[in-house]
Ligand binder design. Structure first.
Ligand code: SF4
Length: 304
């Protein structure tokens, strides 16, 4: 098997490789995703009842396909889950209301919410209880943000809103109390965007309480991608096209001026002329990308 060099280890190049291939130190499955995939697989093996995952367990179609081959189906809504079956709550979490609806129908809930996402739900709830108007820095339609908002909104008189762009602050806060503002972040938010948001919120709030809830796994992958993109001619970022954290990794590499492609499988690299011309190639993968997909890509790169 070909060997790929890690960025913080020796830069020994495999003898037969035509190009130098560097793998980001932090890449691929984070602990939350690994736990969710293991738990779901185990539930599928142990349960006699049919197992359904509500929404994509993680944003990676290849993993979803493998679960499907094991008989674990992904559905979009709770209506599609039959009564008295098993329903897995994915890493992004879900609203408490949805869990209650499932249990009321005799559906066993297997909760694979990532502990780091659970922490954000708890912090947002804590801020609401303390009387802050709560801002979730993130995309309002992202399942994780929907879950965070739903948890905190259980508290009476909660003021909570998701904002992803500092320019939207005046409009989003128009009818909300602005004196005391509490902030949490979607776990996969880019650090720079989060800091920009805090800077702007400081201009409108009398009191600002901030929990930086960007997940360390995200942070480590972003930093490793940034450092690696400075050293190479071409970056390959592997992961679901619908994965926020993978998309952010690709954006970070592009912002360095490095030619970058965001792919799901190695086949998307075939015929790429810029890649063929590159001498030094960096590889990284989002937190929802399994190692076997990374291995397929590095194996392909070693054939060039
Ligand atoms: S990226 Fe962080 S928050 Fe998201 S699943 Fe992984 S460990 Fe959890």
């Amino acid at each position: 098997m070909n060997q790929t060099t890690l960025t913080d280890s020796s830069t020994e190049i495999p003898e037969k490789a035509n190009k130098t291939i560097l793998l980001a130190k932090h890449h691929g499955f984070c602990h939350g995703v690994k736990k969710a995939v293991d738990k779901t697989t185990q539930t599928g093996e142990e349960q006699e009842k049919p197992v359904y995952v509500l929404g994509q367990l993680i944003h990676n179609q290849q993993v979803i396909n493998k679960l499907s081959e094991q008989g674990i189906q992904t559905v979009e809504t709770l209506d599609q889950v039959p009564d008295n079956s098993v329903c897995v709550i994915r890493t992004h979490g879900a609203s408490p209301e949805l869990v209650q609806q499932a249990e009321a129908r005799g559906i066993s809930v297997s909760d694979a919410t990532c502990p780091d996402v659970r922490l954000v739900q708890n912090k947002a709830t804590e801020l609401v209880k303390e009387g802050y108007t709560v801002i979730v820095v993130g995309k309002k339609d992202h399942p994780e943000v929907i879950g965070i908002t739903a948890h905190a909104s259980q508290i009476p008189n909660a003021y909570i809103v998701a904002i992803n762009d500092p320019k939207d602050i005046p409009q989003k806060l128009e009818n909300l109390p602005k004196r005391r503002i509490g902030v949490v972040s979607q776990t996969t938010q880019m650090e720079e965007s989060f800091f920009d948001m805090i800077k702007e919120l400081a201009k409108v709030a009398k009191e600002l309480k901030v929990f930086n809830t960007i997940c360390p796994a995200t942070f480590f992958r972003q930093n490793a991608a940034l450092e690696l993109s400075k050293q190479v001619d071409f970056m390959v970022v592997i992961g679901g096209k619908n994965s926020s954290n993978t998309t952010h990794l690709a954006e970070i590499c592009k912002e360095q001026g490095t030619q970058t492609v965001h792919i799901e499988t190695y086949q998307e690299l075939e015929g790429n002329q810029e890649l063929l011309a590159a001498q030094t190639i960096g590889v990284t993968a989002g937190a929802s990308t399994p190692e076997w997909l990374v291995q397929e890509v590095t194996d392909y790169l070693h054939t060039l």
